[in-house]
Design a protein around this ligand. Sequence first.
Ligand SMILES: Nc1ncnc2c1ncn2[C@@H]1O[C@H](COP(=O)(O)OP(=O)(O)OP(=O)(O)O)[C@@H](O)[C@H]1O
Ligand SMILES: [Mg+2]
Length: 371
Amino acid sequence: MRCKRITVSDFRNIQSAEVCFEDGVNILLGKNAQGKTNLLEAVFYASVGRSFRGATGAQMIRFGEELAHISLDFEASGRDQNIDIRIFKDKQRLAEKNGIRIERLSELMGSFRAVIFCPEHLSLIKDGPSERRGYMDIAISRIYPTYIHSLQRYTHILKQRNALIKDAIKNRDAFDMTIELWSRQLAHEAAIISDIRARFVKRVEKYIAECFKQMTGESEVPSAVYDGSSGQSEEEYLDRARTEERYFELLTSNYDREIANGATLWGIHKDDIDIRLNGKSARIYASQGQQRSLALAMKLAEGEICREEFGDNPVFLFDDVLSELDDIRRDYIMNKMKDKQVIITTCETEFAESAVGARKITVDGGEYRVI
Ligand SMILES: Nc1ncnc2c1ncn2[C@@H]1O[C@H](COP(=O)(O)OP(=O)(O)OP(=O)(O)O)[C@@H](O)[C@H]1O
Ligand SMILES: [Mg+2]
């Protein structure tokens, strides 16, 4: 996968820009608030059709303008390709892939594959389970585009089931008549998703263990284990029939508890990944630098799994992350990136100067210049 060129207009503080990238390391160097992250946001938008900063379409349109435009030329499977997206104020978006209109931005998934890492990703280690579910979902949908459909089906069933539970006191008949049916469907979808997530987490763990071994010798040993809400072991989640029965049993034998809580208490919407360093919870005990390295290793794992699946590295987008790591870890990462394409933002002139062979682009008030 190679990101060749991006043309952007009226996106954030970028009035109009065309930036070309090369293989290997590309550095966006500039002072604060010049448009480094904005450009990465545009590149990533072309990958998944949404902002990695959680911004709405309207927030990304340049102040005072009506529409933002992103056009990305990339190479995938040996072919030159293009993704072109127009974002309108009224939430409308118009997207084309290789000149052909696509109806839903979810269809973009898997076309231009990019992995983003920014300081906020520390939340992968520090924050609650929903961050880690989001991580699994994005990474997995990139590998298996149909996974999104399983998730959508699950969310739909969960909504219906929750509505029944909320209404149970007023409408007990409807509850009694249909709850088992919804529980069966939920258990069925939960088993499929758990299996896929558990397999994914096993692969992530293998990779982060390798990363830490190379980075720290044997002194820091990480682990990551899929932690579902039905209390099975990671291995047991690989048996779909068994998981479905386990979930069905939980869902059909705890109605009173669920009615009291007003929601479904078991299912993949409660999943987590148990991340540890030397056997101790990384969220509670790991240092800042260790947490950063773990989060970064998890993002690199996302890229590595992508490469294993497609025989091609994704493009890595690093927003201001290396400046937070010590020299050993930084060198290790830069070394790892040698045979991949990476776009890194930094405000450190020294770092840019020390990166021999990298393409350097200065960023100043939404303008980009190769130096
Ligand atoms: N919709 C928008 N229209 C115009 N300007 C915007 C819009 N959204 C954000 N900006 C501006 O973009 C600038 C920030 O750009 P960006 O986040 O890319 O900075 P940066 O170069 O990454 O800086 P830092 O080094 O601090 O991370 C801010 O000055 C902000 O006001
Ligand atoms: Mg920034």
